[in-house]
Design a protein around this ligand. Structure first.
Ligand SMILES: CC(=O)N[C@@H](CC(=O)O)C(=O)O
Ligand SMILES: [Zn+2]
Length: 323
């Protein structure tokens, strides 16, 4: 379902990108087994999926990493949300492969194959963060006009509540997600929520974002045309690690002035870390940047205290379903 340019722009000047209908949609929960909003929502929809059904769309709720869910752990052997590399997906199956690599192959068979015409149209992947990021949609491409239009729709429908957009197209920091199996991958990250905890406000926020996103797909499939628009996003720039000693142990914490300040500007000279003996370490660099995933629990092992982003406005072409 690639976006493609229509060849007769004079007949419909506003419409530049059109796609076939988004007929197959999946909602993944439990890609990380200790992020419980997605686990609970998807668990609920596996029992009764009426809430996520829309006319003309088949939506499949799916627990991506059941073993990790059972243990209430992020993963069992390796991070499933990094496992969808070409190398892993083509590795010869066998018991010696890490559980998540075998699971990635299975998911690729069910919802992919990744990068082919047979792949699912849309996968929503539900995550929680311990950071104070609120509702965030995570995009993997700045040129997926269908997804950009969906984001715009969700943001309008959510207002005045906000929904931030994190764009990760960074050549080194981008990773091979579960959702990347679909033609149009969308991550949904809602926080703050501790690992292994359910908070009703976070659960309801996630549920509402997904509702609006599915409504968009239904409207799109009914033939509604979405006019060209612009979308403000935060583009991933850099990973910032904690200060560490020679043994790799951290020697400082996120500074209280930075803690919980996701999406707020951080400029050169602003406090960033506080050492155990009370010294302040300042951010140095061109700015302002907009940090996200500040003090995310899952990222200590990934040597990341936060990511920096910059604000950018993307333009989305008008889209409508191909007749
Ligand atoms: C906290 C967390 O798990 N965040 C997700 C973000 C994403 O889905 O891209 C991850 O690192 O896989
Ligand atoms: Zn996650």
């Amino acid at each position: 379902m690639q976006s493609r340019l229509l060849s007769a722009p004079w007949t419909r000047p506003a419409v530049r990108a059109a796609t076939p209908r988004a007929g197959r949609v999946a909602v993944f929960g439990g890609t990380h087994g200790n992020e419980l909003s997605g686990v609970a929502l998807v668990g609920m929809w596996v029992k009764d999926g009426a809430e996520i059904q829309r006319s003309g769309v088949a939506t499949t709720p799916f627990i991506a990493n059941p073993r990790a869910v059972e243990r209430c752990a992020r993963y069992v052997d390796t991070d499933l949300n990094r496992a969808f590399t070409a190398e892993n997906l083509s590795a010869l199956s066998g018991d010696e492969l890490p559980y998540e690599v075998r699971r990635a192959q299975e998911i690729n068979r069910l919802f992919g194959p990744k990068g082919t015409a047979d792949a699912y149209d849309v996968i929503f992947d539900l995550h929680n963060t311990t950071s104070n990021m609120g509702c965030t949609l995570i995009l993997e491409s700045s040129s997926d006009h269908f997804v950009l239009q969906m984001v715009r729709h969700v943001q309008k429908a959510c207002a005045p509540a906000g929904c931030s957009v994190l764009l990760n197209e960074h050549p080194l920091l981008k990773y091979s997600t579960s959702r990347s199996v679909a033609k149009h991958p969308i991550g949904l990250e809602v926080g703050p929520q501790p690992q292994g905890v359910l908070r009703s406000n976070i659960f309801e926020s996630m549920r509402l974002i997904l509702k609006h996103a599915l409504d968009f797909i239904e409207l799109f499939n009914c033939g509604v045309e979405f006019p060209a628009c612009s979308v403000d996003v935060f583009r991933v720039l850099e990973r910032v690690d904690y200060p560490r000693d020679a043994n790799g142990n951290i020697t400082a914490m996120v500074h209280p002035h930075l803690q919980d300040c996701d999406w707020e500007p951080l400029s050169s000279g602003d406090p960033m870390f506080q050492t155990f003996d009370g010294r302040t370490i300042e951010y140095q660099g061109p700015g302002p940047v907009y940090p996200a995933f500040i003090n995310e629990a899952a990222y200590y092992e990934k040597q990341q205290a936060f990511v920096t982003t910059r604000r950018e406005t993307l333009s989305a072409c008008a889209v409508r379903k191909l007749q």
